[in-house]
Design a protein around this ligand. Structure first.
Ligand SMILES: Cc1cc2nc3c(=O)[nH]c(=O)nc-3n(C[C@H](O)[C@H](O)[C@H](O)COP(=O)(O)OP(=O)(O)OC[C@H]3O[C@@H](n4cnc5c(N)ncnc54)[C@H](O)[C@@H]3O)c2cc1C
Length: 275
């Protein structure tokens, strides 16, 4: 089968998509497109691509029914610049290959993340992992932002002073904060990228990584628009119900049965119905 060239993806190769104050994502390379998913799924029948509608239908069927291996035939490489606290969450996704800039080899740049005013918030009282959505007074917000910026300036000043004294780069860096930007080359197949996006676009993921995930999805749409459409329809926009939740749903639809949920399980179910 021919090498896949996707004009929309070619047009954005190497283009920086900004994320946060100093970060970005760049599509470095891609292998395959929507067509490749179709070709690899049909290889067992010795058939090639069919009409646009039939191909889109096949992609949708494969994704909905978790026939995942044709999506693994697509590979994407991104160059990502992000704060270290995001990179720590990012690299938990083990089904990818990556290289990171070395603070032992290079002097780290003076690039730190400071949240924009609307992203500065108090700890949420009902979500241990999240921030409150109540607005803070602007004086309090500015105090937090300058506190962060001053700490970063001090840490970077001490870092460069140690470098100037000839201290090893691998030691001079150890007091630099998590807000320092790092850079990675990240290669992942489409099936595992969708898994990453499903988790990191979710409402429970930290806002900053959600912004990166959103940009990743926008870039990926240029490479595999039909796959992304099915991803948004079934994995991102769809909801799955447990056996007990389905029974509850049937009861509410008037199909009979006893109440099956209570307490937290009932709350989670109600939340699913709202989304
Ligand atoms: C909102 C949110 C909050 C989180 N909070 C925390 C936290 O507080 N603390 C924390 O430590 N982590 C936390 N995580 C990270 C989370 O537990 C996962 O490590 C991360 O999301 C990567 O998911 P994954 O393992 O499915 O992905 P991948 O590593 O890409 O793996 C994909 C799939 O491959 C399989 N797989 C890959 N490697 C192995 C292996 N070695 N053995 C067996 N199966 C494997 C698994 O089926 C896995 O689901 C959080 C993640 C999210 C989204």
């Amino acid at each position: 089968m021919a090498h896949c060239i996707v004009p929309e993806a070619e047009a954005i190769l190497d283009k920086e998509f900004p994320v946060l104050d100093k970060g970005f994502i760049r599509l470095v390379d891609y292998l395959g497109g929507d067509e490749r998913v179709v070709q690899s799924a049909r290889v067992s029948y010795g058939e090639g691509t069919k009409s646009y509608r039939e191909d889109a239908g096949l992609i949708d069927y494969l994704l909905r029914n978790r026939h995942t291996s044709p999506f693994e035939q697509i590979s994407l490489t991104f160059h990502v610049k992000m704060p270290i606290f995001i990179a720590r969450q990012w690299i938990r996704h083990r089904t990818a290959r990556l290289n990171e800039i070395s603070g032992r080899y290079s002097v780290m740049k003076d690039d730190f993340y400071v949240p924009v005013p609307e992203d500065v918030a108090l700890q949420s009282t009902d979500n241990k992992q999240g921030r409150s959505d109540k607005a803070l007074e602007s004086a309090a917000v500015e105090k937090v932002r300058s506190f962060l910026a001053e700490g970063q300036k001090r840490a970077y000043g001490e870092y460069t002073s140690l470098i100037d004294q000839g201290i090893a780069r691998e030691l001079a860096r150890i007091n630099l904060p998590l807000s320092l930007y790092t850079e990675i080359y990240w290669n992942i197949d489409l099936h595992n990228l969708f898994h990453f996006l499903e988790l990191r676009l979710g409402a429970h993921a930290q806002k900053e990584i959600r912004l990166y995930a959103r940009t990743l999805l926008e870039i990926t749409k240029k490479v595999v628009p039909r796959c992304c459409e099915s991803f948004e329809r079934h994995l991102l926009g769809g909801v799955s119900f447990s056996k007990e939740e389905l029974a509850e749903l049937n009861k509410r639809l008037g199909n009979g049965g006893e109440p099956t949920l209570s307490g937290k399980a009932l709350e989670r179910f109600e939340e699913k119905l709202r989304t």
